[in-house]
Structures are given as structure tokens and as C-alpha cells.
Design a binder for this molecule. Structure first.
Ligand code: PLP
Length: 660
């Protein structure tokens, strides 16, 4: 199906194209004006509710169906905003979740409706409800004979809106007569309502393909959409339609339903889920020896068998002991012995040359024998259950048209960052901030403006500067109208490259380019009137620890770049080093201000500005973002100083303006 290399013990592949295909097959059964609800309860029958919902919505689903409010809440948290109906009866303790997440709920009794209405009124909201009628299943729902009462009571409640009326078939795939009785009761009940709600629904997926879906304007699609042909029914039905079409020219009428056949046409519905694992060991066994717990399988001949690293704890049913079938390469291998918690054994005697690492298909795939409906037939199990339990330890990989879209780890109670992609982690950080600050807006702002600068790209290490000291001294120069500016910059940081650049530009636009380059450690803006060259901007000394770096000057479109390097820097890569950069240059007397920028995340700042007495009093305006916006400012003897404690963080886009 794909060339992606998956390094897992076992994994589940979800083919969203198969879901699309199955939905398109099922949609052909809908009558005009009918819509469908995609049932995504139990994490979409084990397929992953979010991805299944997204694809179903793209295929036109009008509604999503879940079993309980918590499942609905999860969809909301993951950004699903379309209507979601909670199918099972909810508890009064879940009313808060229902209202907060704008879920629609099924209502089977007046007491719950009254409690829900009260809470909705308090929250100033209107909750959409679907009244459930029991037409013969005798599980949840209000008895069809008493349904009018429920309707009347619910219709009176101001903060509830009866959006739907529904019921459920007990045996849509196996008992046509009883299903028709249910349908009749439901139709009667709907006819007796003084007002028709927006949605009327009774059919699940098997009802749809069994001709029981024409009642109502909504159908609820589950198992068949997942490509599990529970009762072989779809195939019969498709054949019937074909036969009818073929027979329409002749006088022959189809009478009895076609007899079950062994030759299946699995192309009609495609399994969406495939559960895979890898062969982890190959062993030989002598005739008469046994395999596994309780010695339930005895080798009839000398032979080969293999170990697969999955067991009932992974959702591979214990009842598949000695009767499961696994596809390895092009062969079907029998499960031999009992299923263990974490391992199963398969007979390899039919295989040409099995190898450790070969991929085995446990469920799904193109082989009829490993389809859920056939696998469970081996032990009288239930395909719905098998889907829900499979892959308990496995990561899910989502595919569309053979391409891997993304993977989703098993839900865990503990958060393990390695499980997630960068984009997912970004979402998590943003959501955590919003939660902590109790404001999505501020959370988003902090995330976007500050954190994303650091975390955006995983490859970009977050290196910060420590013990940042910057000394600037103005003194007389030989050039009229200019001070000589002598600067010393010192800080500690983790060295990430074996060279760096000091840049001096003659315009702000050119300098801007150097703010974006990660290899630039220091920048200076030269006055326009001065010719920029190696004499006007001098890098007098650059040191890393005790190492004096070699400097090489180059000119580059309005900028002097001083490349600072040393062969021994390579040795210091990844280590925390002390960097010192000394320069002297010229600064215009008529500028009346001098700015120092802090362009990287910095911890502990000490900036001093020494000036000639003729400047008079210098004002010092720190513009700090970070933990402490108000560093200590001091003045003495023609020296202004801005100082923050060594443990305080200062964010980029900070600086100090000295004005004179
Ligand atoms: C689960 C469920 C369905 C879906 O049934 P399938 O047999 O999987 O199509 C439909 N309606 C209700 C109320 C359900 O609980």
C-alpha cells in the first residue's frame, strides 16, 4: 500500500480512502432529501474519532454520533464544531459537559429533560435534544405508546429544542419482520406528532442496506462505513439490485433472498482498519512437542513456527487461540496454541523463507480471511468488539490514497512529548497557555509573540546569553563632530558554530538583514556621513575563553563583515563559553541619543555608558520585556548604568536608550 517505513512492534493503519469509498457505496442507498450521521462512538470503533469525523464531514455527514458527553467533549477540544449527538442516555452529572460543549443529546425521560432545561436556563443557552422512542429494542428510549407524553413535556421546556425524534432497530440485519414492525410503530408515532422536528431517524447501517432506511430524513452509519460487512448483507443486497436490473427485461421476479455464498466480493466494502505486526522470532519444533500455555497445540510434524509480539493485551482476542489466521507474505498462517498476554505463535510450515522482521497482517487487509467479520466467525465473536479492542498498544497511522498523512500515538494518561510531531506540540503549548491564563486570547498572544520565536523550529536550539556585559565609552576623537566610541561586549553562551560574524552596516535596512542571521553576534550601525571601512569600524579584539580569534574583513553591499574564527573553536562546539568582543568606531555628536539592543534571549544584563562631562546629564530609558521590566538604573561620575540580576530573563526586542 505504501513505502513508508514504520518502526513499531505493532501498528494500526487507517485507510481514509477506504472510508470514503464505503460511504460512497452507502450513500447510494439514501433516498432524496436524506442525510447521514457518522457514528464515531468508542473512538470511531477504534479507528480514531477525529480523523474519521473529518473525513466523514468532508464526505457530507450532517451530524456526528457519539456514545457519551465525554466523547463529544473530546471532539470539541480537537476543533470539531459541527453538530454532535450523544446517543446513549446521559447522566445528570454530565449536564455541565453537555452544555459547555454545545452537544445535542438523546432524551428518553422527562426527569432528565427537566434537569437539563434548568441547567440550560442558568447558562443562558438552548440545548438541542433528540427524543428517543423505544419501538421494540427495549433498551433506552421512551415506550412508543407513551411517547406523546414525553414529546409534550419536552416541547414545553423553553431552553430545550426538540431537534429530532429517533429510534433504533433491534435486528436490522437478521429479522426483517420484526424490523418492519418497529418501522411501522415509529412511522405511526411520527405521524401523530403535532409538529415535525428537523431530524427523524431510525436506521443504522445495516437497516440502510436492508431496505429499512427509507423512513426518516437521516440515517446513522456505523459498522458498514468502517468496511465490516457484519452479515454479508451488503453483498447480497448489491447482488439483488443487480439481479433486479438484469431481470427487469425478463419476466422473472426475484423472490427469495439469494442464498449465502462462500465466494465473497470484498471489493464492495473495504476494511478501513488494518492491524499489523512483525515477525519477531522463528523457531523449529519437533513432532509431538507442544506450543504455549496449557499445551493446547501439539505439533503433528517437525516444523517451523514464528512468534508475533502481540497478544490479548494488544486487543487480539484470546478466543482466537488455535483458530486465528494471520497473513504473512502471501500465505495464511494458523495461530497455534493459546493467545498469551503479549505474544502469539503462528505455524510457518507453509512459508517459503520467512524472515524475522517480515510484516504480518492480523486484521483487515485485502485477504477475506483476515477481515474482522470472518475472523470473529472462527470463534463466534462480535466484529464490533474486535474493532474496538484492537490496537490497544498500537499507534495509528492514517493514510489517504496510499500516502501517510500522520500518526497518532496511543492515548496515554501521561503526556510524552516524543510521541508528538512539532505541530502537535505547538498546539499543546498554546492550549496549555490558554488554560493556565484562563484566556485563549492572551494565551495565543504569548504563544505567537514570544514562544513561537523559540520553539517554531525544532532544529533551532534555544541558546541564550548569560552574564551579559556591555560597556560603551565615548571620548574625544580626531574627527570633528564625532566621538570615539569604544565598546566591550562580554557574555557567556553555548557555542553553536566554529565562527561568527561582527557586522557594521551603513543603513538601518542593511543592518536589518543581519538581525535575521543566526551567525551574527554583534551589530553596529555606522553614521551615513562616514565612509564605512576597516578604519572607521575596528574590531580590536575578539576572544572565546582564552582564545584570541583570527579576524578577516570583507565588504558586502553596504556592510563590513568581520569573520571571527579559530581552528580550535571546533573543540568548543556545544560548550558554554565566554565571548568578548572589543571594537572602536565613531559616533556623531549631534545624534543626542545612543541605543543598545538586546536581540537574543538573555539572562542577567549589565550595560554601562561612559561619557564626557560636556554631555551634561544623560537620561537612561530601559525598554525591557521579560521577567523584570524595571532594571536598576544608576548614575555616577559621567557613567550611566542599567543593571538586572543574574537570574532574571530578558526577552529579545529589549534595549536601552541613552539620551543626551
Ligand atoms: C452504534 C449506533 C449506530 C450505528 O450502528 P451500526 O450497526 O454500526 O451501523 C446507530 N445508531 C445508534 C443509536 C447507535 O448506538
Amino acid at each position: 500500500m505504501h513505502k513508508t517505513i514504520i518502526n513499531e512492534r505493532s501498528w494500526v493503519e487507517i485507510d481514509l480512502s477506504a472510508l470514503r469509498h464505503n460511504l460512497s457505496v452507502l450513500k447510494r442507498y439514501l433516498v432524496s432529501g436524506q442525510q447521514f450521521m457518522m457514528i464515531v462512538k468508542a473512538d470511531a470503533y477504534g479507528h480514531g474519532a477525529l480523523e474519521i469525523s473529518r473525513t466523514a464531514l468532508a464526505e457530507g455527514a450532517a451530524y456526528l454520533g457519539v456514545a457519551n458527553p465525554e466523547e463529544g467533549r473530546l471532539l470539541r477540544l480537537q476543533g470539531i464544531s459541527t453538530p454532535v449527538l450523544v446517543l446513549s442516555p446521559s447522566l445528570t452529572s454530565e449536564i455541565g459537559t453537555i452544555i459547555a460543549n454545545d452537544l445535542s443529546v438523546s432524551v428518553s425521560n422527562p426527569d432528565f429533560a427537566i434537569a437539563l432545561n434548568k441547567a440550560a436556563a442558568k447558562a443562558g443557552k438552548k440545548v438541542l435534544i433528540h427524543l428517543k422512542a423505544d419501538t421494540g429494542m427495549h433498551r433506552s428510549g421512551m415506550d412508543w405508546q407513551d411517547f406523546q407524553e414525553l414529546w409534550q413535556q419536552a416541547a414545553k421546556l423553553k431552553n430545550l429544542e426538540v431537534e429530532g425524534v429517533f429510534s433504533h432497530y433491534a435486528a436490522s440485519e437478521s429479522d426483517a419482520e420484526f424490523s418492519r414492525l418497529q418501522q411501522q410503530r415509529f412511522n405511526q408515532l411520527v405521524d401523530s406528532l403535532p409538529q415535525k422536528p428537523r431530524f427523524i431517524h431510525i436506521a443504522n447501517s445495516n437497516a440502510v442496506v436492508h431496505g429499512l432506511g427509507h423512513c426518516g430524513n437521516l440515517v446513522r452509519l456505523g459498522i458498514l462505513a468502517y468496511g465490516v460487512d457484519t452479515e454479508n448483507c451488503l453483498i447480497y443486497r448489491e447482488r439483488q439490485i443487480k439481479a433486479e436490473e438484469e431481470d427487469s427485461t425478463s419476466s422473472l421476479q426475484p423472490s427469495d433472498p439469494p442464498a449465502p455464498q462462500n465466494s465473497r466480493t470484498p471489493e464492495l466494502l473495504t476494511p478501513v482498519m488494518t492491524f499489523k505486526t512483525t515477525l519477531s522470532q522463528i523457531k523449529s519444533i519437533r513432532k509431538g512437542e507442544s506450543v504455549g500455555y496449557n499445551r493446547s497445540w501439539i505439533a503433528p510434524e517437525d516444523g517451523l513456527y514464528g512468534i508475533l509480539p502481540i497478544g490479548y493485551a494488544d486487543g487480539y482476542d484470546f478466543l482466537l487461540s488455535n483458530c486465528g489466521l494471520v497473513r504473512l507474505k502471501d500465505q495464511l498462517c494458523k495461530v497455534i496454541g493459546r493467545i498469551s498476554m503479549d505474544m502469539i505463535c503462528i505455524d510457518l510450515s507453509a512459508l517459503e523463507s520467512p524472515k524475522v522482521g517480515d510484516v504480518a497482517i492480523l486484521l483487515g487487509g485485502s485477504d477475506p480471511e483476515t477481515r474482522a467479520e470472518n475472523l470473529v466467525a472462527n470463534f463466534g465473536g462480535n466484529p464490533y468488539e474486535l474493532l474496538c479492542q484492537v490496537g490497544r498498544r498500537a499507534k495509528r497511522f492514517y493514510f489517504r490514497e496510499g500516502h501517510l498523512l500522520h500518526s497518532v500515538p496511543l492515548s496515554r494518561r501521561d503526556f510524552v512529548p516524543d510521541d508528538f510531531s512539532d505541530s502537535k506540540l505547538n498546539q499543546v503549548i498554546e492550549a496549555a497557555l490558554a488554560q493556565r491564563l484562563q484566556s485563549g486570547e492572551i494565551g495565543e498572544l504569548i504563544y505567537r509573540e514570544i514562544l513561537r520565536n523559540f520553539f517554531y523550529n525544532k532544529d533551532k536550539d534555544i541558546h541564550y546569553r548569560q552574564a551579559f556585559r556591555h560597556e560603551i565609552a565615548f571620548s574625544d576623537s580626531l574627527k570633528a563632530g564625532y566621538y570615539k566610541a569604544t565598546t566591550t561586549l562580554q557574555y557567556r553562551k553555548v557555542l553553536s558554530s566554529d565562527y561568527f560574524i561582527v557586522a557594521c552596516a551603513d543603513s538601518a535596512e542593511v543592518l536589518q538583514r543581519y538581525f535575521r542571521r543566526p551567525d551574527v553576534e554583534y551589530r553596529w550601525l555606522m553614521d551615513e556621513a562616514i565612509e564605512l571601512d576597516a578604519n572607521s569600524f575596528v574590531v580590536s579584539k575578539v576572544m572565546v575563553n582564552n582564545l584570541l580569534l583570527n579576524t578577516r574583513i570583507s565588504h558586502n553591499n553596504g556592510c563590513v563583515e568581520i569573520n571571527c574564527a579559530h581552528p580550535e573553536l571546533a573543540r568548543l562546539l556545544g560548550k558554554s563559553v565566554d565571548i568578548t568582543i572589543n571594537t572602536h568606531t565613531l559616533y556623531p555628536k549631534n545624534s543626542h541619543q545612543f541605543s543598545v539592543f538586546i536581540s537574543e534571549l538573555t539572562r542577567g544584563v549589565d550595560i554601562t555608558f561612559r561619557y564626557p562631562p560636556e554631555l551634561g546629564r544623560v537620561d537612561c530609558v530601559p525598554v525591557f520585556s521579560g521577567q523584570n521590566k524595571y532594571p536598576t538604573v544608576s548614575h555616577e561620575d559621567c557613567c550611566a548604568r542599567v543593571f538586572s540580576r543574574s537570574e532574571e530573563w530578558i526577552f529579545p526586542i529589549s534595549g536601552v536608550v541613552f539620551a543626551y
